[in-house]
Design a protein around this ligand. Structure first.
Ligand SMILES: [Zn+2]
Length: 303
């Protein structure tokens, strides 16, 4: 049972937005491509896990922190006896394992994924103690890309390649006892601790004035649409979306990009491309947020 769905990280969504609203530097493009690749790998992992019929509680993309150190867990499978911590890597091509490090064919050294996952295991272990649980944690690093080969990798129980994953999960499913809801409480405690607002420090620099304004198509990211009273219709892919939803979605994108700029009717109006009546923008704001300082100078927040 999936208790927490996977979603794109804040940095992924910000880079995606900037990619369509301004240009990305070469380094940012590389960063963006890595985000896409990582996310695709996690989705591929999810598909195989979903097909495995494993009973247990699944938490995806948990962002936790311990003493100012943030760590992201790609997937947690909580069963009655054990917590399985999956670290998913979508590396493709050939690598060499040497002196506890992984080297790409370009010669670049990568962090040892097993050591990375073990660190997360230690953090989670301490958190479980704090929460009063004593479940054993097993770490598994999954190289999910079908075209990934690592030379000289010592045999380690903790590493699985794409071709091994279905069999491993099937075996695991066969050994799991019937699940009770005992650990539901633990799963919920972990979800509460998930930090949805975490913003990494390596964000690109950008400003409101510099970004292209308007509503991006939900489906293809185009800014070009026709509108009726109720809906907008993308001129590129034909996607239809309720206008109110499209405006709200766009305002949420603004809030993600600019958490420090107060959300006013004027700002939202400009952000949506000056293409909607201010009264309409105000209605969307009023039905989704709380208004402060009525009249001129009013702004909207969640609470
Ligand atoms: Zn479209």
């Amino acid at each position: 049972m999936i208790l927490k769905e996977r979603s794109k990280s804040v940095i992924h969504r910000i880079l995606e937005s900037l990619n369509h609203r301004t240009g990305l530097s070469h380094a940012e493009k590389v960063q963006y491509e890595n985000q896409i690749k990582g996310f695709d790998g996690e989705l591929a992992f999810d598909r195989i896990l979903n097909e495995s019929d494993i009973s247990g509680l699944i938490l995806n993309d948990l962002l936790l922190n311990t003493k100012d150190t943030f760590y992201q867990i790609d997937s947690l499978l909580i069963t009655d006896e054990t917590i399985h911590l999956f670290e998913v890597k979508n590396y493709s091509g050939t690598y060499v394992y040497k002196n506890d490090s992984l080297y790409a064919s370009s010669g670049h050294a990568l962090q040892d994924p097993v050591a990375q996952a073990e660190r997360k295991r230690a953090y989670l272990h301490n958190l479980l103690i704090k929460l009063g649980h004593t479940l054993d944690i097993q770490v598994c690093v999954v190289f999910i890309h079908p075209d990934c080969y690592i030379y000289d990798l010592p045999k380690r129980e903790t590493i699985l390649f794409y071709g091994q994953l279905p069999g491993h999960l099937k075996k695991l499913a066969g050994t799991l006892p019937k699940q009770s809801d005992e650990n539901l409480n633990l799963a919920q405690q972990l979800i509460i601790r998930h930090d949805d607002l975490y913003r990494p420090t390596n964000l690109p620099a950008y400003s409101f004035d510099q970004l292209k304004k308007g509503i991006r198509c939900f489906n293809c990211d185009s800014f070009s649409y026709n509108k009726s009273r109720q809906n907008i219709y993308c001129n590129v892919c034909g996607h239809k979306e309720e206008a109110t939803k499209a405006i709200y979605r766009s305002i949420e994108e603004f809030r993600m990009l600019f958490p420090d700029i107060p959300l006013s009717k004027e700002v939202a109006h400009t952000w949506c491309g000056n293409d909607w009546k201010k009264s309409r923008i105000r209605r969307v704001l009023e039905s989704n947020y709380r208004v402060h300082n009525r009249g001129r100078g009013s702004y909207y927040t969640d609470d």
